[in-house]
Design a protein around this ligand. Sequence first.
Ligand code: GLV
Length: 307
Amino acid sequence: MSIIFYSSDDNSELAVHAIKNALAEYEVTTWPAAHPEKIRYAITWGAPEGFFNDLTGLEAIFSWGAGVDHLFNNPELPDVPVYRLEDAGMADKIADYVLYSVMSWQRNFKMYISQQAKMVWQPQKERSSADYHIGIMGMGVIGSRIAERLATSGYSVSGWKRTPGTATAITLFSGLEQLDEFLQSLDTLVCILPLTKETRQIINQRVFNSIPKGTQFINVGRGEHVVESDLLEALDNGQVSDAVLDVCVTEPLPLEHFLWKHPKVTITPHIAGPTQEMLSAEEVAKGIRVLSIGGTPDGLVDRVKGY
Ligand code: GLV
């Protein structure tokens, strides 16, 4: 019985090492496997064409990441259960990224950087955190952690989910019918939705026209959540005052893309929640052990919902 690992990211060697350590009782192989028929579990991110072809004994697939859009976009995905990383250290990292982005905007750091370049000593007016309202689209494991972190830092936080959720300490809106109400009082909008056919391009002109003028926008979900031409319009007409984008429709962002040089945009190269090999390997190993005794691990993906 063995396990196959493939990641299109750079750190495969570290990952294989971590997986071998965490699952010492299994043979762990990389792609292409010498004996594909012996493979029971695949752990993968961005599997190449043909990856699943000869895995005739495959019982489950583990996404080497929180998102599973890379799997559901693959027309060769076999009909076996798919599990995704639910946290593996990513939730805290993404919460750090969002808190930093909000604070540096709310406390005028971008402005002070440009003032320093001109040697200007000029304190700026600052909004109090309690009056500063952040809305999080996507209230799964990671979205909820972001919300908690921001609330603990004194911000006023609410969340939006596509489908109704159970009550939490955070004010929760759900469904398209409550989207406008959720958007109308925000100072910062954060996207951490899963990418599904329902959420693709959900952040479009309608959303940008519903937020108050001058809202900050942070995207730590997927680039495809956003209609980039609508974002450009919102940046230029002042609906969005600052955009912090960890993800873009095309990654790496093409050199000629307007986002690189827009003065209101900060781009980071999809690093908000970097894969932490040891923690990810431990989460997958726990899942495989639960499966091997007939249980259902956490992180089971609903194929109909797509997350
Ligand atoms: C990163 O984007 C992930 O889905 O883990």
